[in-house]
Design a protein around this ligand. Structure first.
Ligand SMILES: [Mg+2]
Length: 266
């Protein structure tokens, strides 16, 4: 665990040296990584420049998005054809020749929790319940600070009544998902296998900004030294299993632009 890994942008030459001759396989989180966090999820648009860089990169190396968003929502927000998309934290995977869903048998449990969250949170201004196929997000960014503990209590009560679900957290949100040993890290490892990217010529690189992305950083670190790279988008020190950092989504897009230039020239 490091607190503030070196910048992959400021130290770009050292970063590319760690790639050697290998082709990157890019795994990108969306919110807080390539799109700035917004008051409501539907307002968190990816800048056109970032979209153009992703499109350019997709011609140079494999590119996948891995997000907590619902799969269709993520696909529409990124809006680049031909990529692999993993929604609901990797429970819902789709690509040009790929379709996999993990935890389909937990959908009825999520349906029950969804109804009960809407009942309990209906009276709290600003509490937003967002249903995804394999998860439920409860956004608290718009909730007045004195009311936030009430939201936390309500979510906890619902989770206690639903042992087949578990609660995770993020920036200003709670999330309920199937209580299965599955996360963004396992999804990335499954994608490497499914896409034939497990060989020595490939370097998996994961960019993400929050706790759920740490699962992916750890999964790549677990492949052994030099077999995967985690880059955390962070604006200050935090415990992370990533080995590189970037400051914010704008710098992440600039970094990917440099990476595309570098890949195109070598
Ligand atoms: Mg994120």
């Amino acid at each position: 665990m490091t607190l503030l890994p070196p910048s992959a942008f400021a130290e770009f030459d050292a970063f590319t040296a760690s790639l050697g001759s290998r082709t990157p396989a890019l795994f990108l989180d969306y919110d807080g990584t390539l799109a700035a966090i917004a008051p409501r999820p539907e307002l968190a648009a990816m800048p056109d420049e970032a979209r153009a860089v992703v499109l350019r990169l997709s011609a140079l190396c494999p590119v996948a998005f891995v997000s907590g968003r619902d799969l269709d929502d993520l696909t529409a927000m990124v809006a680049v054809d031909g990529l692999v998309y993993a929604g609901s934290h990797g429970f819902d995977l789709r690509g040009p020749d790929l379709r996999r869903q993990v935890g389909v048998e937990y959908v009825p449990d999520l349906d029950i929790a969804d109804g009960s969250l809407r009942d309990r949170l209906g009276g709290i201004a600003g509490a937003l319940v967002e249903r995804k196929r394999f998860a439920i997000a409860i956004h608290t960014r718009q909730v007045a600070p004195p009311e936030k503990p009430r939201v936390a209590d309500a979510v906890r009560a619902v989770v206690e009544a639903q042992p087949r679900l578990r609660m995770t957290g993020g920036k200003e949100l709670f999330e309920l998902r199937p209580n299965l040993p599955w996360d963004k890290g396992r999804a990335v490892l499954a994608l490497l296998e499914a896409l034939g990217l497990e060989g020595d010529g490939i370097m998996p690189i994961y960019l993400g900004d929050d706790e759920t992305d740490e699962d992916a950083f750890r999964a790549l670190a677990g492949r052994g030294d030099g077999n995967g790279i985690g880059i955390r988008v962070m604006d200050g020190p935090a415990e992370t299993a990533a080995t590189w950092s970037l400051h914010d989504p704008a710098e992440a897009a600039a970094f990917l632009g440099r990476l595309a230039d570098w890949l195109a020239q070598r």
